[in-house]
Design a protein around this ligand. Sequence first.
Ligand code: HEM
Length: 213
Amino acid sequence: MSTTALTDPAPTTAAPPESGAALHPLWVRVMHWVNAAAMLAMILSGWQIYNAAPLFSFQFSPTLTLGGWLGGGLLWHFAAMWVLVINGVLYVILGFATGRFRRKLWPISFPAIVSDLSQAVRLRLSHDDLNRYNSVQKALYVGVLLVGVVTVGSGLAIWKPVQFHYLTALLGGYDTARYVHFAAMSAIVAFSAIHIALAALVPKALRAMILGR
Ligand code: HEM
């Protein structure tokens, strides 16, 4: 992979990137869509597993589950887990190594989030410069990455509670770790619902995440 394929245009540039420079480099786009597919498989198979021993008084509709039965759900969950974790670890390494996280997701300030949020709810937030994420986007993207870490950590704690007993204990024991895992999944589902709705509202941002420009 060439260096230009790994780097992003500077976020301060208001004009579209020069020809040849992708708004989202190829590695970001590939990893984003691999993550979306793996995440969908994890959520639907997770709901299948949940239905075998529900934590709450409801079950997920079988049409929203993957695997057909508990064993099938577990197989899907553990298969997609490797894709999700390997893809996620590579994304975080490249995010730091290429400076993308520093350029795109930093700095984040609470007053800026409040200000952008109030503009967003009044539909006054500008999307002219796709090179820059607004503060709400930055907070959501950093937040979902951190929730992803909690999801994987609590997943490990309930998958291998003997081998990862320190992790299981840190999360309050096996039963509490199940609630943590469920809460983290719920946060990711809530993020995805908002994220997909916003992507549908700004089609040029969606096009850029597919084609790069
Ligand atoms: C059908 C599902 C999805 C669609 C249509 C979608 C769409 C998009 C779009 C259009 C962007 C670029 C936003 C911009 O340039 O303003 C983006 C970025 C991003 N999305 Fe998604 N997304 C989906 C699923 C997900 C999921 C499931 C996650 C994680 C749980 C996720 C996490 C992210 C992150 C972290 C970024 C920022 C990436 C970076 O700049 O390095 N997306 N998404």
